[in-house]
Design a protein around this ligand. Structure first.
Ligand code: ZN
Length: 548
């Protein structure tokens, strides 16, 4: 059966009523009409024909013949294979009826197919749109994802850089910490070093003509061994040691950081001093020399701790004439036993007295303790003039002598005649004699008083060196004979009693000189500022062998 008949009949049969055909069993495999999306960029009405051509034909219908294709592309003349029949014959021809029925059926199927095709087209469009939308979304999402990935990488990179920076900062902090600790240690070491050499300077208030007392206390306070004893070895618990307890309180303040750069008022010390010695009562100006003598004597008696001694060996029988050295050794042995204090250790030397009988020429030796040498300047001056008539002992219009002349004069034998005759044990009678004193041994601190006579009337310059060499002026030369100036108490004004006393002291911590003028303490401009005043009392300390 030719397809041409279908075309023929379709022209004769109206299309109307096609939808009434209920034979719609044909099902379309929908998936067969889903276009290849790659071939469609814009599925719209204009592309319907194109779409039609590309749609795979419905399989299983009409033995695989695509009716549409045949209808459009292969029109066949209707009369080619059909033999014309008379109308009646045509109408009654069952063959024709059958064909018409088949045609109708095909028409109906074609209509159904068209409807389905339209539905599929619509569906396809929807799906295509949906797919486009999904694609677009996917693209957007991909772009977003890509952006996010880039951002993530950026963040990772930033985190990485921050971590590196953080590590570097940690290293820097550690380094800074180490440097900080090193600097703190260095600072601490400097502070300790500074404290070691920094002088503590405390003034003493003048509490009523007490400059003599202040100058004396400052001079003694600048004897390091004495101060060290009171600060570290003395216990102010014994009420019997009144002077020592008071001196301890003063020294404690003079070396206290609390008072450093300030001043302290030694009321308690002054009160006890006045109670113990009427010479220092009231507000009458006094003499440093008297106070030093009193303090040394009193402090020694309070602090002295005599040792047990073998008395039998040390008693000197006056009837037996012993040589000088033996006499000294016995005296020294007694002295070591009897004099055992920080005061005797620092300030006590041995003085020898000699008396030579004119009658028998024998020399009698005697020994005694001394803590103080007094040089009567006027006598020394006269001695200089008498012994060296051609010498010049006037400078700037006033007498001027050297301190070594004082020592020379000190050792002169004095004729003891007339009423001053001396009793001789050998001759058992009084005879004219020569009497003299000499320094047998020297203390660790030699205190020298330059006595200018009553009310300091004798104006005299005394040259004294910073290093005093006494090898030629001491009998016992095995001890220390070179001394260094440590303090000078100067007197200002016409009278010892009415003038002003100032102490110049070498500070043991930095070896610099300071001027202690009552409540003020100042560093000296030069090491010989004390020469501007009138030197009255000199403190010399023995140098150890390794000091020079
Ligand atoms: Zn004699």
């Amino acid at each position: 059966m030719g397809i041409c008949q279908v075309q023929k009949i379709s022209e004769l049969v109206p299309v109307n009523g096609v939808n009434n055909n209920q034979n719609k069993t044909t099902s379309f495999p929908t998936q067969s009409y889903i276009p290849n999306i790659n071939q469609y960029s814009s599925p719209n009405e204009n592309n319907n024909n194109e779409l039609d051509r590309k749609i795979k034909p419905y399989q299983g219908y009409n033995n695989g013949v695509n009716p549409t294709t045949n209808i459009i592309q292969n029109p066949t003349p209707l009369n080619k294979n059909i033999t014309p029949q008379p109308p009646n014959q045509l109408l009654n021809n069952p063959q024709i009826n059958q064909m018409e029925n088949a045609i109708n059926k095909l028409k109906q199927q074609n209509e159904d197919f068209k409807v389905t095709l339209e539905a599929n087209k619509k569906l396809l469009n929807e799906q295509t749109n949906a797919k486009m939308k999904l694609q677009k979304d996917l693209l957007t999402s991909s772009q977003n994802m890509e952006t996010l990935l880039l951002q993530q990488n950026d963040l990772k990179e930033q985190i990485h850089l921050l971590l590196i920076e953080n590590n570097q900062l940690k290293l820097n902090i550690n380094q800074t910490q180490i440097e900080l600790e090193q600097k703190a240690q260095a600072l601490n070491a400097l502070q300790i070093k500074y404290d070691e050499i920094a002088p503590i300077l405390v003034g003493l208030d003048n509490i009523g003509a007490t400059c003599y007392m202040n100058a004396t206390l400052q001079s003694l306070s600048n004897v390091p061994q004495l101060t060290n004893f009171f600060l570290h070895k003395f216990s102010p618990n014994d009420p019997k040691k009144r002077m020592s307890n008071e001196y301890y309180q003063v020294v404690k303040c003079l070396w206290s950081k609390k008072y450093n750069g300030k001043s302290y008022a030694p009321h308690s010390f002054k009160n006890v001093l006045s109670q113990m010695n009427p010479l220092f009562q009231g507000v009458a100006a006094n003499d440093s020399k008297d106070l030093i003598n009193f303090l040394i004597e009193t402090l020694h008696s309070e602090l002295n701790m005599p040792k047990n001694k073998n008395t039998t060996n040390n008693i000197i029988d006056p009837s037996i004439q012993l040589d000088e050295v033996k006499m000294f050794n016995i005296f020294l042995s007694n002295m070591v036993s009897e004099y055992n204090s920080i005061i005797s250790d620092l300030f006590y030397g041995v003085l020898e007295t000699q008396s030579k009988c004119i009658n028998c020429q024998r020399i009698k030796y005697n020994f005694q303790i001394y803590s103080f040498i007094e040089f009567p300047l006027e006598q020394v001056y006269n001695y200089c003039i008498s012994t060296t008539p051609g010498g010049s002992y006037i400078s700037n219009g006033i007498p001027s002598i050297d301190i070594y002349k004082c020592f020379e004069h000190y050792h002169q034998l004095t004729p003891m005649v007339g009423d001053n005759k001396i009793y001789c044990n050998e001759c058992r009678n009084e005879y004219d004699a020569f009497y003299g004193t000499c320094l047998y041994s020297l203390p660790r601190y030699l205190i020298i008083n330059l006595n200018r006579g009553k009310n300091a009337v004798f104006k005299c310059n005394v040259k004294f060196p910073e290093l005093l060499k006494l090898t030629n002026y001491v009998r016992y030369t095995e001890g220390k004979t070179i001394f260094q100036l440590n303090s000078v108490i100067c007197h200002y004004g016409e009278s010892n009693m009415g003038g002003h006393f100032i102490a110049y002291c070498r500070h043991y911590k930095n070896n610099s000189w300071y001027i202690y003028n009552d409540s003020t303490v100042q560093k000296c401009n030069s090491n010989k500022d004390y020469l501007h005043g009138m030197p009255y009392i000199l403190f010399y300390k023995a140098l150890d062998d390794d000091d020079y």
